[in-house]
Design a protein around this ligand. Structure first.
Ligand code: ANZ
Ligand code: ZN
Length: 768
C-alpha cells in the first residue's frame, strides 16, 4: 500500500477523540499545563496558527509519553476591535461573525491532530466567562486598583476609539492607518503602577527569554533618583523636579516645565503670555512619540518667570518646552546643559547659559537638602496605569452604574454578568460615545444604592483584560460559583510552560502578571507569578521571505497544504524549517523533502521474520537517538529533532530489525508525525493500543558511553574486512564476532585455525 495521508489521518483523529486521549485527566498525577496563546477568531487559520499550536503539540505528546497528565488547553480571545471592524465592513453583527469564525477555526484546528483539550474550551465572549472578568474588575475596584481619571489618550478619529501606545505606528492607527490625535477624556484605569516594583523585582526569578525580561524591565522603566524643590522667589511656592543626576545640581542653569504643567500660568509673566499660549496650541497637535523624537529640533518659549536653585540660591529662568513630558516625574526638569544632551541642544538653540560647575556627591546633596525639606530620594517609573475602557461595542460591559445622586455605583455581584446586548446598530457614534448608549432598554437601571433612575456605564473593556486571566479558567472551566476553585488551580498552576509570540513581550505578559499579583493579594491565588517558564516562537514568512499578506500574494494556505501532503508532513516540515524561536520563510521544496521522508518511513517499517538476536549496533544507534530526541523536544529544538529522525532512518534503513526496534523508532516519531506513527504501529506492528499512550523509550546511559572502533580483520596478515565494534571487547568476544563474519568465514572453510592474534581495539590476525 502507498503512503496516503488522506486515508489515515482523519481516521485516527476520530479514534483519538473517541478514546479521549487528548483530554487532561481530572485527577491525574504529575500535571502539566502546556499553555499557548489562545487565538483571536479572525476567520481562517493561517500557517502561523500551525506554528503556534502544532509544534508545541510535539512537546505535549512527549510529556504525555513521559508520564505527565498533560493539559494542552485551547480557547478563543473573541472580543475586540478587529472583529468589530470586520463585522461593520460586512454589515453583520460581531457576535454572529465571531461565532461563525470560531466554528470554522475549530474544525481547522482539529486537522492538526493535536492533543488540544476541547473539553476545557474557554471563550471570552461567553457570559459564563466574562461574568468573572466583570467580577475581577469589581474586586479590583473595591481594592482601589480601579479608578477613573482624565488622561490624554491616543484617539483614532476613524475607529472612534482609544488606542494603546503600541497600536500607534508612526503617528497612525495600526488598524486603519488614520492619523491619531491626542484627546483628553475621563477613563477607567487599572492601577498597574501600584505593582511597579514587584513587577520589576520578580522578573529575576522567571525562566523567560532574556529579551522578554529586558522588554518588561524597559517597559516598567524604573529609574532611581531624587525630587529636588526649586523655590519661586517672593512666594512660598515650590517647583519640584525629578532628576537621576542630583550630582549635577550645581550646573543647573534653567528650569523647564512641560506644557501641561499646572504652575505654568502662575510663572508666566504678562509680557510672555501671548507667546506661551500660542506655543501650547502648537504642542497639542503632537503625539508623545513625536515630542520625544531625538532628531526633532527642540522647541520652547521663555515664560519670563524665575526659580531659585536650592543648593546655591542662584536665580535661574523658567522655560516651557515639549521635550519635557507632563506625566513623567514631576513634569518639570532642572536643565544641565553641561551634562545632558537634550538640555545642551536646547541651550544652544535659545542661547541659554552653560555652567561647568563640578559634580558633587549626589547622595550628600540630597541628604543635605532633605534636612530643609527641599529634596527626597525617589524612584520613578515609565509604566503608566492601564487605561482599560473603550468606547466600543464589542467588549465586556464595565459593570458600573452611574447615578446622579450617588455617582458611580458597582453592579451588585449577584447581578453579574451584565450581559452585552445584541445590537442591530452597533456602529460607533460620532460623539465618541460607546454604541451601547443606543441600547435604551439595557441602559436604564435603578441605582443599587438609592433606587433612583440611573444608567449603566456604556464603555466596554479593553480585550487585554479578557486575556489577563484565561489560563486560570482552564483549570476549572465550568465552575459557576468561582472563576476557578483554589483546589483545581493548585493542581495545575502556575503555568510551567507558556509558548507564544514575541509581540506579547510587554503588554499581555505584563497585564497577566499584574492580574495574578492583584488576585494573589486579594487572597484568591496562592502564587503571584502566572508563568514559570516562557518561550517565544518565531514567525513564518512567505516563500519570498516577506511577511505573509494578501496584498503581497505570498500567503500559504495550510488547508491546501494539508490536502496535498497531509497534516503529519506540515507539522514535521514546520518543525524542520529552523529554530523554533526564529521561524523563517516557507519553502515548497522543503515540504516535499519531508513528505518523501515520511514515505520512506512508510516503506521502512515492515513486519519481517524477526532476527534471532537484536542487531547490537542498531540498538546502540536507537539508544543514542532516544536520548538526543528527548533532549531536543524538551528544549523546543524541534528542527534538530527532525534531522535526528532523518539520520536515524538513514542508519537503520538497511538493517534487519526486531519488532521492538521498529516500535522504538515509531515512538520517537510519534510526537512529530502522530498519524503515520499510529497507523504503522497498529497495521504493521500489530499493536492493539494507541502508540500515544505508550511510554517514551528509556535510554541506557551505559550504552551511550560505549564507543565504536574500527577493528581490522586479517587472515594470514592480509586485510579481509573492517568491522565496527564497541570499544574494549575481550579476546573471546572478538573471536566469536570475527569467526561468524561472512567475509571471513569463506576463507576458513575446511581450514584449521593455528593461531588467533588480537591487538586490543585495533586488529585480529587469524593464522591458518
Ligand atoms: C538633570 C540631569 C542631568 C538629568 C543630566 C539627566 C542627565 P530617566 O532615566 O528616563 O528616568 N527628566 C525628568 N523628568 C522628565 C520629564 N517629565 N520629561 C523629560 N525628561 C525628564 O531620566 C531621568 C532624567 O530625565 C532626569 O534627570 C531629567 O533630567 C529628565 F546630566 O535631571 B535629569
Ligand atoms: Zn443612587
Amino acid at each position: 500500500m502507498k503512503y496516503s495521508p488522506a486515508k489515515i489521518e482523519r481516521k485516527w483523529q476520530r479514534y483519538w477523540e473517541s478514546k479521549q486521549i487528548h483530554l487532561a485527566k481530572d485527577k491525574g498525577k504529575d500535571n502539566f499545563m502546556l499553555l499557548t496563546e489562545f487565538p483571536y477568531p479572525s476567520g481562517n487559520l493561517h500557517v502561523g496558527h500551525w506554528y503556534a499550536f502544532a509544534l508545541p503539540d510535539i512537546l505535549a505528546r512527549y510529556l504525555k509519553m513521559n508520564g505527565h497528565n498533560v493539559m494542552y488547553p485551547i480557547g478563543f480571545d473573541a472580543f475586540g476591535l478587529p472583529a468589530e471592524n470586520a463585522a461593520i465592513q460586512r454589515n453583520i453583527n460581531p457576535r454572529d461573525w465571531t461565532e461563525q469564525n470560531i466554528k470554522y477555526m475549530t474544525k481547522q484546528l482539529k486537522n492538526m491532530g493535536t492533543l488540544l483539550d476541547w473539553s476545557r474550551e474557554v471563550s471570552t465572549i461567553n457570559p459564563n466567562y466574562y461574568k468573572w472578568t466583570q467580577w475581577m474588575f469589581l474586586k479590583f475596584y473595591e481594592k482601589g486598583l480601579v479608578y477613573r481619571d482624565k488622561t490624554f489618550v491616543n484617539w483614532c478619529p476613524r475607529d472612534k476609539t482609544v488606542l494603546a501606545n503600541e497600536q500607534v505606528v508612526n503617528g497612525c492607527c495600526d488598524r486603519c492607518g488614520t492619523e491619531v490625535v491626542q484627546k483628553e477624556i475621563t477613563q477607567w484605569m487599572f492601577r498597574t503602577t501600584a505593582y511597579a516594583d514587584q513587577l520589576i523585582d520578580d522578573i529575576e526569578g522567571l525562566d523567560w527569554p532574556e529579551t522578554t525580561k529586558l522588554a518588561q524591565r524597559n517597559w516598567i522603566g524604573r529609574s532611581e533618583g531624587a525630587i529636588i524643590q526649586f523655590l519661586i522667589p517672593n512666594s512660598k511656592l515650590l517647583i519640584p523636579v525629578f532628576t537621576t543626576r542630583a550630582d549635577t545640581l550645581f550646573g543647573a542653569t534653567y528650569l523647564v516645565l512641560a506644557p501641561e504643567h499646572p504652575m505654568l500660568t502662575k510663572l508666566t509673566s504678562d509680557e510672555n503670555l501671548d507667546k506661551a499660549s500660542r506655543y501650547l496650541e502648537e504642542v497639542k497637535k503632537k503625539t508623545e512619540l513625536e515630542r520625544l523624537h531625538i532628531d526633532k529640533s527642540k522647541t520652547g518659549v521663555d515664560t519670563g518667570g524665575y526659580v531659585v536653585n536650592p543648593i546655591n540660591n542662584e536665580k535661574i529662568p523658567v522655560w516651557v518646552a515639549d521635550y519635557v513630558l507632563g506625566h513623567y516625574g514631576t513634569g518639570a526638569i532642572m536643565a544641565v546643559p553641561a551634562h545632558d544632551e537634550r538640555d545642551k541642544e536646547f541651550a544652544e538653540k535659545f542661547n541659554l547659559p552653560v555652567s561647568n560647575a563640578p559634580l558633587e556627591d549626589a547622595q550628600k546633596i540630597v541628604e543635605k537638602l532633605k534636612e530643609k525639606g527641599l529634596a527626597e530620594f525617589k524612584k520613578n517609573y515609565k509604566l503608566h496605569d492601564w487605561v482599560l475602557s473603550r468606547q466600543r461595542y464589542w467588549g465586556v460591559p464595565i459593570p458600573m452604574i452611574r447615578c446622579e445622586k450617588c455617582g458611580y455605583v458597582a453592579v451588585p455581584e449577584k447581578e453579574l454578568p451584565v450581559e452585552l446586548p445584541y445590537l442591530e446598530d452597533f456602529k460607533p457614534s460620532d460623539d465618541g460615545r460607546s454604541p451601547l448608549a443606543k441600547a435604551k432598554d439595557w441602559l436604564k437601571v435603578k441605582c443599587p444604592e438609592c433606587g433612583r433612575d440611573a444608567e449603566r456605564e456604556t464603555d466596554t473593556m479593553d480585550t487585554f483584560v479578557d486575556s489577563s486571566w484565561y489560563f486560570l479558567r482552564y483549570t476549572d472551566p465550568k465552575n459557576k460559583k468561582e472563576f476557578a476553585s483554589k483546589k483545581k488551580m493548585a493542581e495545575w498552576l502556575p503555568v510551567p510552560m507558556y509558548i507564544g509570540g514575541a509581540e506579547h513581550n510587554t503588554m499581555h505578559l505584563l497585564y497577566s502578571r499584574f492580574f495574578t499579583k492583584a488576585l494573589h493579594d486579594l487572597g484568591y491565588l496562592d502564587f503571584n507569578e502566572p508563568f514559570t517558564a516562557r518561550r517565544n516562537h518565531g514567525i513564518i514568512l512567505g516563500p519570498d521571505g516577506q511577511k505573509m499578506s494578501k496584498s503581497r500574494g505570498n500567503v500559504v494556505d495550510p488547508d491546501v497544504e494539508v490536502k496535498k501532503y497531509g497534516a503529519d508532513t506540515i507539522r514535521m516540515y514546520l518543525a524542520f524549517m529552523g529554530p523554533y524561536d526564529q521561524g523563517g520563510p516557507w519553502n515548497p521544496d522543503g515540504i516535499q523533502g519531508v513528505f518523501r521522508f515520511l514515505t520512506r518511513v512508510w516503506n521502512f517499517i515492515s513486519e519481517p521474520e524477526e532476527p534471532k538476536t537484536a542487531d547490537k549496533e542498531a540498538d546502540r544507534i536507537i539508544n543514542k537517538a532516544t536520548k538526543e530526541m528527548g533532549d531536543d523536544i524538551k528544549n523546543l529544538k524541534f528542527n534538530t529533532g527532525v534531522s535526528g529522525l532523518m539520520k536515524l532512518l538513514n542508519a537503520l534503513e538497511d538493517k534487519w530489525l526486531t519488532k521492538k526496534q521498529y516500535g522504538t523508532f515509531l515512538k520517537l516519531l510519534a510526537p512529530f508525525a502522530p498519524h503515520i506513527a499510529e497507523e504503522l504501529w497498529w497495521t504493521v506492528l500489530k499493536n492493539k493500543k494507541s502508540i500515544h499512550l505508550e511510554k517514551w523509550p528509556k535510554h541506557d546511559e551505559a550504552l551511550l558511553a560505549e564507543e565504536l572502533i574500527e577493528l581490522v580483520i586479517q587472515i594470514n596478515g592480509i586485510k579481509r574486512d573492517v568491522l565496527k565494534v564497541t570499544k574494549g571487547l575481550s579476546e573471546e568476544e572478538v573471536k566469536s564476532i570475527a569467526l561468524s563474519n561472512e567475509s571471513v568465514k569463506k576463507y576458513l572453510v575446511g581450514k584449521e585455525i593455528k593461531k588467533f592474534v588480537y591487538v586490543k581495539d585495533r586488529l585480529t590476525n587469524i593464522v591458518i
